[in-house]
Structures are given as C-alpha cells and as structure tokens.
Design a protein around this ligand. Structure first.
Ligand SMILES: [Zn+2]
Length: 198
C-alpha cells in the first residue's frame, strides 16, 4: 500500500458509503475490516482530485467522496453479501476502486448538502436490497437507468449538475463511465495494479 495516501481536505466531505450500514450490503463492511471512514487513494488520484480545489473555492461548493480506494478484502465481502452478477465487479482486479484509481463523488453546497442529481450518489440503494436478494430485479433495474450518463428525464437542474460534475472531473484528469454518473476513473487507470490493504 506504499502508493496509497489518505485523502483529507477541508473542502471534501469523507462519507464512505461502505463504512456505514445504509448501502446495498446493509453492512458497514469498511468498519468490519478495520478500514473505517477513510478515503485512501493512489497518490496520483489524490493529486488529480486536488486540482478541483480552486474551482470548489470559486463556486463556493464542496465535494462529497462516497467511495475511493476499496481494500480487496472488503470487495470480497461485498461479493459474498450480494452474490449477483452486475452489482459489484466480479473480482477485486476488475474494480478500479481496488486499484486506488476510482472515486465516487458528488458536489455539495457550502453546508455539505448534496446538489440535486438524477439519483443518490449510489443508485444501489438499501431499499432495493430485499427485492434483489429475493430475486426480483425489475424495479431495481428500472431505477438503474437513472444512474446512466445519458439518462435525460430528470429535472433540468439535476442534469446540469451531473454535466458540471463531469466537466469538472474530466478537466482534472478523470474519465466518466456510462452507467454510473458518480463514478470516475483516473485517466490511465489501466496501468495501475490492485493494491493490498495491510
Ligand atoms: Zn465507483
């Protein structure tokens, strides 16, 4: 974990969703493995993210980080809790979070209230857990359409916020993915290996 740094900055709110119970797994997996509510990431990812600071200052905004580096052990646990294809990457190798090169983020106002977006930062909301674990994916799959970058039926303000976040992240060295508006990969992520946690 020599390339991992603990990301901390007054304009960033560290709110790791797997360090608390209200996520799709229903468990505080990051607490269980001793990782806690910390946003570690590859030092190159941290350097890119810090480029956002002047824009946050100028716009009087903050950024909420809901996931960053994910220890492979945590990822394995998550796969055990939700053993369905299409939820979490099939192996830690396939999740950029385990490489320290992905962040799940949104912008907030100066008081830390999330700006409106088409869904919560993580559309894999706890309310879907029961249905999904009972094998009923219909409502959940429908909801996931709203997480896509090309979903256009949300309120104009939500779409504008999603577009601004993307502009901001792409201008600071990140790449968007099509199916999760909150997830960003560091450009060049392909060359970074999985990082083990302690
Ligand atoms: Zn993510």
């Amino acid at each position: 974990m020599e390339n991992l740094v603990k990301f901390e900055h007054p304009l960033f709110i560290i709110d790791m969703m797997y360090a608390r119970k209200n996520n799709m797994t229903g468990r505080a997996v990051y607490e269980e493995i001793g990782y806690g509510n910390n946003a570690y990431m590859h030092k190159d990812t941290a350097a890119a993210l810090l480029q956002i600071v002047p824009i946050l200052r100028e716009k009087n905004l903050k950024m909420r980080i809901c996931d960053a580096y994910r220890p492979p052990l945590a990822h394995q646990k998550m796969l055990e809790i939700i053993p369905f294809k299409g939820f979490f990457a099939a192996t830690p190798e396939r999740s950029n979070h385990c490489h320290g090169t992905a962040v799940d983020v949104c912008l907030t106002d100066a008081n830390g209230n999330n700006l409106p977006y088409p869904t919560e930062v993580d559309a894999y909301e706890p309310r879907f857990q029961q249905q999904v674990c009972a094998g009923d994916f219909s409502e959940f799959q429908n909801h996931l359409k709203k997480a896509r970058q090309d979903y256009s039926e949300a309120a104009a303000e939500a779409l504008e916020n999603r577009a601004f976040l993307r502009l901001l992240m792409e201008s600071c060295g990140f790449e968007a993915i099509q199916h999760e508006w909150w997830h960003y990969n560091l450009s060049g992520w392909q060359k970074y290996p999985v990082i083990d946690w302690k």
